[in-house]
Design a binder for this molecule. Sequence first.
Ligand SMILES: [Zn+2]
Length: 374
Amino acid sequence: MPDIATNIAVKLIQRESVTPEDGGCQNYMESLLAPLGFVRTHVDTGGITNSIYTRNGELPGRLAFAGHTDVVPTGPLEQWPHPPYAAVITDGILHGRGAQDMKGAIACWIAAVAALCSEYTPLPTLQLLITSDEEGDSIDGTIRIVEKMQLDNALPDGVIIGEPSCSDTVGDTIRRGRRGVVQIRATIHGKQGHSAYPQDSDNAIHRATAPLTKVSTINWGEPAAGFPATSCQITNISGGTGASNVIPGQCSAFIDIRYNPGNNFEQIKNIIDEIFKECHCTLAFDHTATAFSTPDGPFLDLVCASIERCTAIKTVRDTGGGTSDGRFFAAAGVAVAELGTTNSTIHQVGEQVAISEFASLTMIYADIIKNFEV
Ligand SMILES: [Zn+2]
């Protein structure tokens, strides 16, 4: 007989929900949460299913759990050892899309709340903030939930995000911040012509080489404390017609920058503008995510203390990985800690999780909820 968290995780995985679909996951969650005293508010926007589930507390303070019910596509079905939405359990391993990212963590939070409610433990106000648009553009997802909460003056005092933060064991790593993202499309203009008549043309690829070399070797300075260095990668270059004897009239490049809070968008834009200023070129900047970091303080201390009480692990407070929905809460001034399962198979064919992780994560979540104070 599987435990409660495993049982919920199985039911969530069986509800197929590739972004932007929710697949009925949030209705299923409502059926579990309503008997525990939660009221659901729909914040659906632009075809995205967003829900705020609130249980008014006996104690002061608001603690939120944020997450997503959408998952990434399966990839080649024949490469999965078990069908991705069957949620098969073999030898203590739960197989399925979303097992780690992040239906497992949602299941553990609900199981933790259910256990505390069954013991009549006095609790702070609890909120579950769930979107079906995390793996996609994140345009109508968590940002809309945060806006609604700002409007209602209902922002939490702290939020646990159920992203799979851990490396080897549940509790070994939390994420307290993430780097920001700036993406740039550079289009370098020249003049097309016959390769035997270079005097009549202007080779756009030749023009692009010097600035792109500079882009690949920018010194971004010392990273902010606790953050990895800023990374600047040219991820795509295209130019030329395919014919060997045509001088290209245009060359375009895509630059992906992951910056730590030691850098900022304005500074990055100035550096890139300066590099390309001599080059006949059009630059399109997209600041897709802002860097954030929750400072050391009571909230992170509570999360780490709960992990240590439950597992004896001394947790690393990390800022690695891509961006996350944590940025929307951080921008609203909410303390953010990301804590979920391990992440060894996220977004991969054959995503899976050891169900022993659920017992551990449920225990940690319950400890955080019980000991949360403002
Ligand atoms: Zn995720």
